[in-house]
Design a protein. Structure first.
Length: 218
């Protein structure tokens, strides 16, 4: 059995729940394509999130797949991220009160990394199953992008991780969160978990991504 690392974030910005962690922990132990999911919670803190990721990467077998999840409140769909950028630029303080502005995630690192997940095949598969999904071209510049960039930097620079695929997916708010913010889109937890099962299956099965237009005007 190989290992799939699925990370989710703790709650942040005065929230009490984070769907990304609820989804990850619901799938902890789930077996898929000869691999088993290990759910790991990341602190919503610059630096500390990557320290926790390093621990999880080092403990146990080299993972076949690492997928980071995070909440993007305001989004209505499951959105696999295309690109991580080498910038920390926090609009609000993180859970430790840190608020870096225009700082690199990794000093001297490349400007960006692309996800190595088959993001178009994932979106295609989710939509075919009637689940809302689209490719996102920006993971922002807060702790999610930080974790995504840090992950891809590790996969690119640590020889032991050379064969591990990785990426990041933002998920919508839960109905209980949207109930407190009129007009906020949401997706029930069961639907998010179902989508993530399909996403992981696709990520394991599809070696080469499909070519399908996914560009948006905005
Ligand atoms: N979302 C934030 C950080 C943690 C989370 O779940 C983000 O999009 O950066």
């Amino acid at each position: 059995m190989s290992r799939i690392l699925l990370t989710g974030f703790e709650a942040f910005d005065r929230d009490t729940v984070n769907p990304s962690w609820e989804v990850a922990r619901a799938l902890d132990g789930w077996a898929c394509g000869g691999a088993t999911v290990q759910a790991v919670q990341l602190p919503c803190v610059f630096g500390a999130a990557l320290a926790r990721l390093d621990e999880a990467l080092a403990q146990g077998a080299v993972p076949r797949l690492v997928v980071g999840l995070g909440l993007a409140s305001g989004r209505a769909e499951i959105t696999p991220e295309r690109v991580a950028i080498n910038v920390d630029d926090a609009r609000i303080p993180d859970n430790a009160g840190r608020q870096p502005v225009d700082a690199p995630v990794a000093a001297g690192g490349p400007a960006a990394y692309f996800s190595s997940l088959p993001i178009k095949a994932i979106v295609h598969g989710l939509r075919s199953a009637g689940l809302p999904a689209s490719v996102s071209n920006s993971a922002g510049t807060f702790v999610c992008n930080h974790a995504f960039y840090g992950l891809m930097h590790r996969l690119a620079t640590q020889p032991v991780l050379a064969r591990t695929r990785g990426g990041f997916v933002h998920v919508p708010a839960l109905p209980e969160q949207a109930a407190r913010a009129p007009g906020m889109p949401c997706l029930p937890l069961e639907t998010q978990v179902q989508a993530m099962r399909l996403l992981l299956r696709t990520a394991l099965a599809v070696e080469r991504d499909i070519v399908e237009a996914g560009g948006a005007l905005h």
